[in-house]
Design a protein around this ligand. Structure first.
Ligand code: SAH
Ligand code: SF4
Ligand code: F3S
Length: 471
């Protein structure tokens, strides 16, 4: 899954704070699913009077939503908790209480240790129990101590989302919507099956209802999320299981929903009907995140990915046949146990053959408890560094040339907000490129043609061509 591992205070609608409301400060690390979960926790807490604040010192509740995907995750959590403890203590001397909660994948994996090492934490909750937050807040207040909930409950948290309140996405043009969660694939290197639990899909009706609420609040582009989103098999209104393709056709019918994306897909679950949906649905954007991780069959096998490099090449070919403008992005791991120079070269060759518009690449990082952690032939750190550098240089070249190719092209851009400079607006192209133009505020929420004039390192610059377009 595409990841942004920087600290990202999630504080949309921060201006919303009214007197008598309690401040909620959310810190979100990790993947988009955590971003989605943070927004839903905010929704769940709103009926209790909590509203987002930017400044943790103004917060009556602070939630640290954590990620466990690579090493030092726990250390990072404890050092952040140290900082938050100070804030909590300072507020306490002023007679103000602060509920401190740790959520997400580190909470799931290391909940007990967190309570042992940081007893000032009030609440520890795993990714599957955020709907129980209100109850936990009450229990923590009653107990005067810490509470922990890292169950994998039988009920689905999605069934407990408040639907009458304005969702946290209100005012946003783009939004994430989790449709599937968990993973049964057990790749050799990965903690997700342990932190997110078994694969499960939300029922179609629940997804459609949430999508309609989001669109009614102004959302124009939805990204359907799942650890293996294309393994989606939610219960349909007819009682049968719907595929992701079928769900996409139904979503495309929602008036006002202009764009649909989904991530993260697994190559093994890329069914024919989903490929055909890319041919049939203009709303399905021509940009697909399809992680391959490596290009050597030996390493793909060791990773338990369930496909060969050539199977991936053929899959990409079929996708491009039905949707020639489809751009691809991927994740890569260098230095998986057993990876030789030759294996690494096979990854480089796959990259040259496919051509990626964007990619995220990582050095293999040992995750205790996963099969690869104890595997022989661990690769030396210096070798990983070298390979990562070479891989990233190639991917950078590909990204730049992909972005260069849209210069002088007119592309439909969906505007999402103001840019950094006055008078500047920012939007995104169908291929997920950020585009900056000079234009009026009322562009937000609209898709308009833009002539791309310049490529910057990670974004594009363009000019509006609305005036010259026939009405
Ligand atoms: N479900 C997605 C991946 C989710 S994890 C998929 O199957 O592709 C996001 C990314 O983190 C992965 O694609 C992988 O590239 C990277 N990653 C996961 N575990 C890792 C590890 N132990 N070391 C390095 N990178 C890892
Ligand atoms: Fe992790 Fe593999 Fe599952 Fe992706 S498919 S979440 S990499 S175990
Ligand atoms: Fe991280 Fe958990 Fe997402 S480990 S990548 S936050 S599923």
């Amino acid at each position: 899954m595409t990841t942004d591992f920087s600290i990202k205070p999630h504080s949309a609608n921060a201006s919303d704070v009214r007197p008598n409301t309690r401040g909620l400060h959310m810190i979100t690390w990790g993947c988009q699913m955590n971003v989605y979960d943070s927004a839903r926790m905010t929704d769940v807490l709103r009926p209790l009077g909590y509203a987002p604040v930017d400044d943790p010192a103004q917060a009556d509740m602070i939630i640290l939503n954590t990620c466990h995907i690579r090493d030092r995750a726990a250390e990072k959590v404890f050092s952040e908790l140290g900082r938050l403890r100070h804030i909590k203590e300072e507020r306490s001397t002023e007679g103000r209480q602060t509920v401190l909660a740790v959520a997400g994948c580190v909470a799931q994996a290391e909940g007990e240790q967190i309570l042992k090492r940081a007893p000032y934490v009030d609440i520890v909750l795993g990714p599957q129990t955020y709907h129980r937050l209100p109850e936990m807040v009450a229990r923590a207040a009653r107990a005067g101590g810490s509470v922990i909930d890292t169950d994998f409950p039988a009920e689905q948290k999605f069934d407990f989302l408040p639907d009458s309140e304005a969702p946290q996405t209100a005012g946003n043009v783009t939004a994430f919507l989790t449709v599937q969660e968990g993973c049964d694939k057990f790749c050799s290197f990965c903690v997700v099956p342990y932190t997110r639990g078994a694969e499960a899909s939300r029922p179609v009706a629940s997804v459609l209802a949430e999508a309609r609420r989001m669109v009614a609040s102004g959302v124009r582009e939805l990204t359907l999320l799942g650890q293996n989103v294309n393994a989606y098999h939610g219960e349909g209104p007819d009682g049968g299981a719907w595929s992701l393709a079928r769900l996409a056709y139904a979503l495309a019918e929602i008036p006002g929903l202009e764009r649909i994306r989904y991530m993260t897909s697994h190559p093994r679950d890329m069914g024919d009907d989903l490929i055909m949906a890319h041919r049939d649905l203009p709303a399905l954007m021509p940009f697909l995140h399809l992680p391959v991780q490596a290009g050597s069959d030996k390493i793909l096998k060791a990773m338990n990915r369930g496909h060969t490099a050539d199977e991936y090449r053929r899959l990409v070919e079929r996708l491009r046949q039905v949707r020639p403008d489809l751009a691809l992005s991927s994740d890569f791991i260098v230095g998986h146990p057993g990876e030789t120079d030759e294996d690494f070269e096979a990854t480089m060759q796959l990259i040259r053959d496919v051509g990626f518009a964007l990619a995220y690449s990582f050095k293999y990082s040992i995750r205790p408890g996963t099969p690869a952690a104890g595997a022989p032939l661990q690769v030396a750190e210096a070798v990983k560094d070298e390979r990562l550098q070479a891989l990233q240089a190639l991917l950078r070249e590909q990204q730049d040339s992909f972005n260069d190719a849209v210069v002088d092209v007119v592309a439909p851009v969906l505007f999402t907000g103001r840019g950094r400079k006055p008078g500047q607006m920012v939007g995104r192209s169908p291929w997920l490129q950020p585009v900056h133009v000079d234009g009026p505020d009322d562009l937000v929420g609209r898709t308009v043609p833009v002539l791309i004039t310049e490529r910057r390192s990670n974004s594009l610059v363009g000019t509006l061509v609305e005036e010259c377009m026939p009405a």
